[in-house]
Design a binder for this molecule. Sequence first.
Ligand code: FE2
Ligand code: FE2
Length: 383
Amino acid sequence: MMLGSSFNMKSAVQLQQPLKCAVRMHSLTPAVRLQPALQSARVRGARGMLGALARGSRALASAPAGQGETDSPETVSTQHFRLSPHAHPLNAKPERLTKAAYETSEGDVSNKMGRQQNHIWSREELQDKLETYKDVHTPVEFSDHVMHAIMYYGLYHPFNFITGYKEINPSPRSIEWRLIILESFAGVPGFVAAGFRHFRSLRLLQKDYGWIGTLLEEAENERMHLLVCMKMFKASWLTRTLALGAQVGLTPFLMAVYMIKPKALHRFVGYLEQTACKTYHNIITHVETPGTELHAAWAHLDAPAIAKGYWHLAPDAKWVDALKCMYADEANHRDVNHTFASMEADDPNPYLHKHREDAVKAWKIFEEEHMRKHPEKAKEVAQ
Ligand SMILES: [Fe+2]
Ligand SMILES: [Fe+2]
């Protein structure tokens, strides 16, 4: 089902929530934030786009009622982006998100460049993401309420109790095994969803419309978080048992949810990531606050080499710098999954272009590093 042909006000409101998450992330004016589009515009050096977005954001805030615009600084638009003349906050042009456009750009979207390349965060991007840690989705549908209740009352609060986690001055020990279990579980849903969509594509002889790559990248990203944590902490037999139990116990649940209602699983992951953002933000705040247990134990620690390589951190990067990258990844997963939860299964993935931009950025960094290490090659290229 195409969004463009079937979109109604109810679904517009549902889709608005994750877009609000995305829109709140940056600030062109104090009231309107448009990070993803700004990031994309920066990457491409498209200064004109910034002006267009600024104009679009101001127009959104001042558009008359009845055209789907509201005067609330928290609300972007009640119109779907395909029907709106304004720039999409993800910088995905409406014409690029139709099935017809997807069909005619098959060569472009099937190009493998960019698959599995994680985003390399700049200092400014990290700071902007850190400001979004309170962004949450308010349940709308019945399934949203069910997933919200399972996440917060079935998992988050009991997990806090089991791991002995306190929001104020948490102990390093309570964080260590919490992160290992959290990250070992967080890598499951993306892979489950990618697997189901892969089999669906094969079974129905249909395209996937670009979701699988994003979901696999998310799964790999979470697994990298786990591997980074394993360089910092030792997993006891109890932690290993809990990680195993979480995978064995929860994977069938995730699969069942995806079989019955895929949107509900993406919503569930969106809520999971909200809690992860809250936890990581709290950890980072304490590590950077003298007088806390985490500051005493972690502030002086260097980032492990695996983290420096994965996020291209500086040689003297600290452990807290790696934690900030993990937080930013979780914030990205939160927004992606809330967006997927508001889309139909055969809507083209609006994040496809980001993978390519991530790959181009990574390639440029690699090239610059390579040229610095091998100045003779730089001379050859210059000639
Ligand atoms: Fe993670
Ligand atoms: Fe995550």
